[in-house]
Each structure stands twice: as structure tokens, then as C-alpha cells.
Write a protein that binds this ligand. Sequence first.
Ligand code: ZN
Length: 195
Amino acid sequence: MEIVHYPHPALRWKSSDVTRIDASLRETVGQMFELMYEAQGIGLAANQVALPLRLFIMNPTGDPNESESEFVFINPEITSRKGSVLGEEGCLSLPELYAEVRRADEITVEAYDLDGQGFELKIDDLPSRVIQHESDHLDGVLFIDRISESAEKELAPKVGEFETRFRQLQAAGEIPDDNRLRDELEAQVAALTQG
Ligand code: ZN
């Protein structure tokens, strides 16, 4: 498992609901936490490890020793959004790129945890921003889709560099081409949502 970078097709994938919470999923989530901490992130969606499932993890402290701040959101739904606030965001799939993004201030989110228990959180500040950013990932939406026109112009060269690097790796055969990557995602959806 590894974190995929823009413009990997998994990042534009509308993910499928998780239908089974089992040992294999718990193992996957454990690996995602390891990758997130290694990359010094505070949130990671399954799309970002090329897994087409509606699932993301979060630890707003970014500190692996603060495991009580770890959250797993399975099949999350943001059921209410209040207010509006501007704040800086980055993304582990677009490393070292940052921009201001307008998000709802306070949200209510419903999801399932790794024991299959449903929960509801009413939350603001940083965790609210992380949850909105990660929920977007599950729909194939990136934070660069939500920035101002002027920020978009400013970031365009850097975004272009990601694109160039990714295509070079594909040309060199180090990453499969987009059609193959999409086929792999389809195959995973079929395998994961069976039974
Ligand atoms: Zn992200």
C-alpha cells in the first residue's frame, strides 16, 4: 500500500460503500494510519491509497502517540453544515501544495466505526475541515477544485509539475496507464463489495 499522487485516477473516483467490516478492513485501516503518520498527515482517505471505498481516517493531532484522537469514518455522511470559514489546506496526494479553502464552520457527520457501530459527531475547527476535505476525496473531489480563481492560477504550474511527473512515470512503465489503473479499481470494487 502506498499514497498515490495527483493525477492518479483513484483520486477522481467516486468510491463505493463499505459492505463488510472485517479483519481485513481493520488491517487496511492500520496500514493507512501508518502511512498517514509517516507522511505527517492528519487525515487520509481510502482513495489516496487507491482503494475505492467510502472510508477515511483522521487524527487532528498528527501524533501517533495520541491514539485517543484517532477516528475512523466508514460510509460517512455530512448531515448538516453551518457557517463558513476560510483556512489553509494541503493534501498528501499533492505534497507541498497549500491553498486557502472555504469550508463550512460547524458540521454534523454520521458514520460507522471499525466495530460497525454508528456514531454522530457535531464538530468545528480543524477536525471539521479535515472531515470535509476527506469526504470530498470519497467523491473524487480535491481541495484544488475548491480554491479561488486567483489561487488556481497561482498553483497551476505546480499542479502541472505533478501531472508531468506522473505521465513520465507512466511512460517509463513504473506506473500502469490510466485505463489499466481504472480497470484495477473496478476489479477491486467487484471483489470488495461481493458477499
Ligand atoms: Zn487530501
